[in-house]
Design a protein. Structure first.
Length: 78
């Protein structure tokens, strides 16, 4: 399974990522091992979506990082 997740960071901006192990990935974010969120802690898991297909998960993550995907996140998910 592949998981696309959205974190809410201390700067009130979302961070979107994809992983196979959500628990381990969140721990890495919380401990400052992820450069993109290291200076944006504390973080809070807002939502996650599980995919069976690796490529669909990565496509959805890429969409969420696009302009229309960010608008979708702000309007429907956060």
């Amino acid at each position: 399974m592949y998981i696309v997740y959205i974190l809410k960071c201390a700067d009130d901006k979302p961070y979107t990522g994809c992983t196979e192990n959500l628990e381990e990935r969140i721990e890495r974010h919380e401990n400052g091992y992820v450069p993109a969120t290291k200076d944006r802690r504390p973080i809070q898991l807002m939502i996650y979506i599980v995919f069976n297909d690796k490529y669909k998960a990565f496509e959805f993550e890429k969409y969420l990082k696009s302009g229309s995907g960010r608008a979708f996140i702000n309007k429907h998910l956060l």
